[in-house]
Design a protein around this ligand. Sequence first.
Ligand SMILES: Cc1cc2nc3c(=O)[nH]c(=O)nc-3n(C[C@H](O)[C@H](O)[C@H](O)COP(=O)(O)OP(=O)(O)OC[C@H]3O[C@@H](n4cnc5c(N)ncnc54)[C@H](O)[C@@H]3O)c2cc1C
Length: 353
Amino acid sequence: MNVAIIGGGACGLFLASLLEQHKIPYCIFNRGKTGRKLLASGNGKCNLANMFFSDSDYHGNPLAHSVLQHHEELLKVFEEMKIYTKTDKEGRIYPISESSFSVYQVFMDSIHGKIVDIEIEKIDKREKGFILNDTYCWFDKVVLCCGSPAGFVKDVPTFSFLEGLGLKRNPFIPSLVGFKTDLKIKDISGVRTKCMVSLKQGDRIIHKESGEVIFKDNGISGICVMNLSSYYAHLKDKKNCSVVLDLLNGNKYDSYKTVLPPKLYSYCKKFSISPDSFCIPIQGVYEMEYAQVCSGGIDIDEIEETLQLKKDKDVYIGGEMIDVDGVCGGYNLMFAFCCALIIAKEIENVVSD
Ligand SMILES: Cc1cc2nc3c(=O)[nH]c(=O)nc-3n(C[C@H](O)[C@H](O)[C@H](O)COP(=O)(O)OP(=O)(O)OC[C@H]3O[C@@H](n4cnc5c(N)ncnc54)[C@H](O)[C@@H]3O)c2cc1C
């Protein structure tokens, strides 16, 4: 058995660590720096999973539902690998070190297989196995875990090798990203405030939560805003959307002078904005390079619960390449890691049969 892991990110590195435990030979093919997004995750603190989750955290995606059944096992495996974690009151799980690098190091220390820095552009299946880029051969199983274009400033991955596989793909849309507006908000750029935020389409509330909003020259950001963008990404028709801020968090005051940050207070006064319903019309979201994840990817109808492709059981697929995306809070890394766990088990089953 020889496994080609295409993509050395969260899913690929964890998978390689698991294959090591089962002494299954593999080679990682990764373009550029391994674990780049894992290292950037949670502002370098690595929010690697969440204790609480429901289907709505993944927009009701049925594949996410089945993959996340391995959640408890994942936490056990982390412990066995001596990745000791702590959980905050929102259920967000971090390494105790609060350092992505320490998690990355655990993976890298356990990986003894080859890591080839190359972009895979072509995958062919022959009688003897898979051959990659007409050069690297022969592999019995191929695992695709190449992530998404989110967070790339240049050299955005194109996944040209997918052409030959004939898989249905849904377009990648930036998610977990700020919103752009053409409302003139330069005066309050840089202001941060904790409030209730609602994504509205016309009068309909699509999603509502509270958190810190950060005003920018031409838009808004912050974790709660990024979560709204996740729901926005899933809207087929994106017309007539706005974000409405309740700057008073449901409270009533006779004066807002000591309630709102001074710049925001002056802005609301100047433009006669009612602070409990500050409406910001949405022009769209910021570009892909600012997004933490993408909605879109390989359609889940192409994939078995075992994460094998229906069209070719020797090809597995994991992580963000699949059309599954979660909100902020460790849900996306947790999905990528659970995928690795499932794929490692499946491959191990084939070996031991
Ligand atoms: C700034 C930032 C912060 C984030 N914070 C969090 C967080 O706190 N919690 C959370 O849950 N999620 C977070 N995410 C999202 C999370 O990092 C990703 O969902 C996760 O890394 C996806 O794992 P993956 O293995 O599927 O893909 P990736 O980790 O993106 O790895 C894919 C790898 O494949 C390589 N590749 C692509 N195409 C090819 C090819 N053709 N040939 C060879 N190699 C290729 C890429 O270069 C990359 O190294 C964050 C993302 C960003 C950008």
